[in-house]
Design a protein around this ligand. Structure first.
Ligand SMILES: [Zn+2]
Length: 520
């Protein structure tokens, strides 16, 4: 009896050892270890903390508010309060100046002639106020500007027949909101109304977006349906609108939080980024608490890889992304100016990984699925980064879908300067297709994230299985590049990066990128 107990125990022990031993020993840098150490429950804990910070600070973690400052402190303390982590990393704030924007009160959009109609403001109502709109209270005749074509208001010449003192009615499309509003203002418009163009199912509701810089006149964004009605009335020459906005635009300073490994090649830095700020409307726990929590937990586990890690890894928690990629742009501009950008091997970006109705999107770095102009030309090496993610998921039998490499998040400034980049994305306001629902489950015909940029983007706005998978993919690729970026920049040297930058300077990368919010 006793002997057989011992034999059974021994057998159990041997079986346990066999189960614990991997079939193939993990090779350094093969990307198999960090995904095991970066646990979903810890990522969710960081998201919970960020959700609590939002809830305690007016429901937002927008840059320039206490919610942002406390979010930054949370990230910093996760590193600095731990002896081992604080020895492994330097933690610093990278300051930048920016234009703060806040909507101080509700706007008004009303028809005063030929009828009296008051429209409703809101994400699911008639119109929204564009970020960086000026303040004002005007009543004037509305005049449509080339609204029968896609590039309505993109050229100054579009306003040749425009009467100064009127409200310009332009349609979204082709160029940025900023260009349309600037042309209207230059032509003497007292307010600008940029309505949605109905080009696809995501472009029918009220226009929400950033103008990228402050304006002095009010800028409102009606839905496609309302805009179309207004154009018809304007064509009859009888439309008069009342527009009121109450906004604050003022210069302020903020900061990115940089957590950088002390060891590793200083001339081949892997920059792993996620934006730390939310929109004003909500605490942003998917956008981008999910990316913030993911790279924070990766940073906490990375030291376990040991001292064979070759490259410096710099975790960047960007500020003011939601106002138009302002923190990352300031940082890249600074590094381009002082020559340090040549030391950046690549940029990985993680913005929205937990969307409830998720797709495993990988940035289309080689532009194969979304050729320009739908994408920005990927700097050399961006295709290799895309492949690293696709291969990771493919090795686990998980399909991925490409998503346009359009610079709509903090990798935009990097690729605009020729730095290769890549990343993951679980979907925002876009609508899931039947084909995607067949692969990923979830609901076809519904937004990937129904709470995108809204107050309901809280802790519960998440898919655990989706986030778990994307977190693992992120951790694996960070591990691989911490060891070697040879597949991305060849010689793994600043020379290769400099060559890529020279190609970018020769015009192979788009000089201008668009913001995270729908700017076009
Ligand atoms: Zn985001």
């Amino acid at each position: 009896m006793r002997r057989s107990v011992i034999a059974a125990s021994l057998l159990a022990l041997l079986l346990a050892l066999a189960a614990a031993a991997p079939a193939v020993a993990a090779a350094p840098g093969d990307g198999s270890r960090l995904p095991k150490w970066v646990k979903l429950e810890n990522v969710r804990k960081h998201q919970k903390a960020l959700d609590d910070i939002g809830a305690a600070n007016g429901g937002t973690r927008q840059v320039g508010t206490p919610g942002y400052e406390i979010s930054a402190k949370y990230v910093e303390k996760q590193i600095t309060r731990d002896k081992e982590l604080s020895e492994y990393y330097t933690v610093r704030r990278d300051p930048f100046d920016y234009n703060f924007y806040e909507q101080r009160g509700p706007s008004t959009l009303a028809q005063t002639q030929p009828d009296q109609v008051t429209y409703t403001e809101g994400a699911t109502a008639d119109y929204q106020t564009l970020t960086y709109s000026g303040s004002g209270d005007v009543t004037a005749t509305a005049q449509a500007v080339d609204t029968t074509v896609a590039d309505s208001g993109c050229e100054a010449a579009d306003f040749a027949g425009f009467t100064a003192g009127r409200i310009a009615l332009v349609k979204r499309g082709t160029c940025t909101f900023q260009v349309k509003a600037a042309n209207a203002q230059a032509a003497g418009a007292v307010a600008v109304v940029i309505f949605n163009d109905g080009a696809d199912p995501t472009r029918t509701g009220p226009v929400a977006g950033t103008l990228g810089r402050p304006f002095t006149i009010p800028v409102l964004g009606p839905s496609f349906a309302l805009g179309s009605q207004l154009v018809t009335l304007a064509a009859a020459g009888t439309l008069q609108l009342h527009v009121v906005t109450n906004t604050l635009n003022e210069p302020r300073s903020s900061f990115n939080v940089l957590v950088e490994s002390k060891a590793g090649a200083a001339d081949n830095v892997v920059v792993v980024g996620a934006h730390l700020d939310s929109v004003p409307a909500g605490p942003g726990i998917n956008d981008n608490g999910s990316g913030t929590a993911t790279i924070l937990e990766i940073a906490k586990q990375l030291p376990r890889l040991g001292n064979k890690v070759k490259n410096k890894v710099r975790f960047a928690f960007w500020g003011a992304e939601e106002l138009g990629l302002l923190g990352s742009t300031a940082y890249v501009t600074e590094l381009a100016g002082n020559g340090e950008l040549a030391n950046v091997a690549l940029n990985l970006n993680f913005d929205m990984l937990g969307s409830p109705n998720f797709v495993r999107f990988v940035y289309d770095g080689d532009n194969s699925a979304f050729p320009p102009p739908a994408s920005t030309p990927g700097p050399p090496g961006s295709g290799a980064i895309e492949k690293a993610f696709v291969d990771y998921f493919g090795g686990r039998g998980l399909q991925t879908d490409p998503t346009a490499f359009n610079g709509r998040s903090d990798y935009g400034p990097f690729i605009a300067q020729g730095v290769p980049a890549g990343g993951l994305f679980s979907g925002a306001e876009g609508v899931k297709t039947d084909e995607q629902a067949a692969v990923y489950g979830g609901s076809a015909g519904q937004a990937y994230d129904p709470c995108y940029h809204q107050a309901c983007d809280t802790f519960s706005n998440n898919s655990d299985p989706g986030l778990d998978q994307l977190v693992d993919g992120a951790a694996s690729v960070v591990e691989q590049y911490a060891y070697s970026t040879v597949t991305v920049n060849g010689a793994a040297s600043r020379r290769a990066v400099a060559a890529a930058q020279a190609r970018a300077a020769a015009g192979q990368a788009a000089p201008e990128f668009v913001g995270h919010l729908l700017q076009r």
